[in-house]
Design a protein around this ligand. Structure first.
Ligand code: HEC
Length: 194
């Protein structure tokens, strides 16, 4: 009676031991599979992240601020709430920039007087209004020559061409005019207007 009771207990004991051994093995497996899978997952994640950074055009084509005095301050102060893409392609007069930066201070921007001056100097020098476009359908030969860096003969050829064929529609049309150096036109394509 007593021995069988002990026998039961021993059997129970063994069962518990086997059970806890199994439990230990299973949890070890689970644990190690967790450990082995975690680095693999993070690798995959960082791969896709770095892929997104190098592979997608957004990063490569993100507008960059031009170099110039005060850029450091602008980078430090103006990218705290949004990226530089918020303003890198924006063009404003100094007055309008002044208003914008004042608005940013109400948004929460904190700057010293020196930092403010550095920011305004940078914005005026680098993100000021673009020069007015040169209308290739209306501008005189003399102004075409000056504005587009052409020879007199090239400017005359453009004026003659538009007289004969009507208005230019793209800078490519201008570049194709006989006697005009297409490279000069391409270099000025952003200033060419119609
Ligand atoms: C404390 C946060 C913060 C900081 C710092 C900050 N901005 Fe902004 N900015 C905002 C918020 C919020 C908006 C969108 C709402 C708005 O237009 O005010 C914004 C919008 C803008 C815009 C688009 C709207 C417009 O008026 O043209 C420009 C440009 C801009 N910021 C430029 C800057 C420049 C330049 C600096 C540095 C001098 C700067 N920001 C610093 C918060 C900030």
């Amino acid at each position: 009676m007593l021995s069988s009771k002990f026998g039961h207990m021993r059997a129970l004991n063994v069962t518990i031991r086997i059970g806890s051994f199994c439990f230990a093995v299973v949890s070890l497996l689970l644990f190690s599979s967790f450990f082995y899978s975690t680095p693999a997952q993070t690798n995959a994640q960082s791969d896709s992240q770095s892929g997104a950074q190098t592979g997608t055009p957004t990063k490569a084509q993100a507008p960059m601020l031009p170099d110039g005095p005060g850029k450091q301050v602008v980078m430090q102060k103006c990218t705290q709430c949004h990226g530089q893409e918020m303003f890198a392609l924006v063009r404003k007069t100094p007055d309008d920039w002044d208003q914008t930066v004042t608005k940013m201070t109400t948004n929460g921007l904190v700057v010293t007087d020196e930092e403010y001056d550095a920011i305004m100097t940078y914005l005026a020098a680098n993100l000021g209004p673009l020069p007015p476009k040169i209308n290739v359908n209306k501008t005189t030969a003399a102004d075409l020559q000056k504005g587009l860096g052409l020879t007199d003969a090239e400017a005359q050829a453009i004026v003659k061409f538009r007289g004969d064929h009507g208005d230019f529609k793209t800078w490519n049309d201008v570049a194709k005019v006989d006697g005009v150096d297409p490279k000069k036109i391409e270099a000025k394509k952003d200033v060419i207007g119609f």
